[in-house]
Write a protein that binds this ligand. Structure first.
Ligand SMILES: [Zn+2]
Length: 288
């Protein structure tokens, strides 16, 4: 059950949220920024619990009916705007049906209604504009938590309406605690995934097989993809700073493929839906 205490390695970000809650100065729209897999969504759910928990307001107990339903994604007042289709966008219809239509009404049962947007750059432009209008005239008892790995790609008007809370890249120790798994096979497989895409290797399966090693029957595919996406995102930024737009775009596109795959795993609540081999092929084709 996500509570603030369970967010690993983000003391600064959580400290900001706790202080804002304690002072009753929490902004109505928050923008959580930082690499994939560092705890932005866990923190967003923990924040919703802190806002709405029956037993431990301001912190969240993780056990009451409210906290449990928030964690399970079934609380009627804590709503994640879903991404749809192959392009994994949040369409305008979703913003209209779930946000705009609800704005004039009070929350169903909770003190505060919380809208979560897992990757704000996935908002279709029309959807972003519709959301912007709501952010400009914030409805009562309503909070927004937008998350993104790429704040620079958001509409400046969206950014300026939100209070930004930066999540740090995880230190290796914290990452291990989050994964709960041996880190090294994951790191090796992530490197192999990127290398196979770089080389255009004809046998990505072989590259992944080597990375997995003989003694690793069960690799955490989601963790591999997440790590490879972080690496490619860092490459894209570095290339862009160097003025190498072609390389930056290639790395960013590949990171996008990985993030889509990561989202697909999350949606299916398992790892069977996506194989590393299939992802490598997609990376080599250069598209999602
Ligand atoms: Zn609770």
């Amino acid at each position: 059950m996500p509570t603030f205490a369970e967010v690993v390695g983000q003391e600064r970000a959580i400290g900001i949220l706790r202080a804002a809650l304690a002072n009753q100065r929490l902004h109505h729209a928050l923008l959580f920024t930082g690499p994939a897999g560092v705890g932005k969504r866990t923190a967003a759910l923990a924040l919703a619990s802190a806002l709405d928990c029956e037993l431990a307001p301001g912190e969240g107990c993780g056990r009451c009916s409210t906290c449990t339903r928030i964690a399970d994604g079934i609380h009627p007042d804590v709503i994640t705007l879903a991404r749809e289709g192959a392009a994994q966008i949040v369409p305008i219809e979703t913003v209209r049906a779930q946000v705009v239509a609800a704005v004039g009404l009070p929350p169903h049962e909770a003190r505060e209604r919380v809208f979560l947007i897992d990757e704000a750059t996935a908002l279709q432009p029309a959807a972003a504009n519709a959301l912007l209008k709501t952010l400009e005239e914030p409805p009562a008892r309503t909070r927004f938590v937008l998350m993104t790995v790429a704040p620079d790609q958001l509409l400046p008007t969206i950014r300026s309406r939100c209070q930004r809370v930066a999540f740090a890249p995880l230190a290796a120790e914290a990452r291990r605690a989050v994964g709960g798994a041996e880190a090294e096979p994951v790191v090796n497989a992530a490197r192999a995934l990127i290398a196979a895409a770089d080389k255009g290797a004809s046998e990505p399966g072989a590259a992944i097989g080597v990375a997995q090693g003989s003694g690793e029957p069960k690799l955490d595919v989601a963790a591999v993809i997440e790590l490879a996406a972080i690496e490619l995102h860092a490459r894209a930024r570095a290339a862009a700073l160097d003025g190498d737009i072609v390389a930056a775009r290639l790395a960013a596109d590949r990171a996008g493929v990985l993030l889509a795959a990561h989202a697909a795993i999350a949606i299916h609540h398992g790892q069977g839906a996506v194989s590393l081999e299939a992802i490598t092929l997609r990376l080599q084709r250069g598209g999602a």
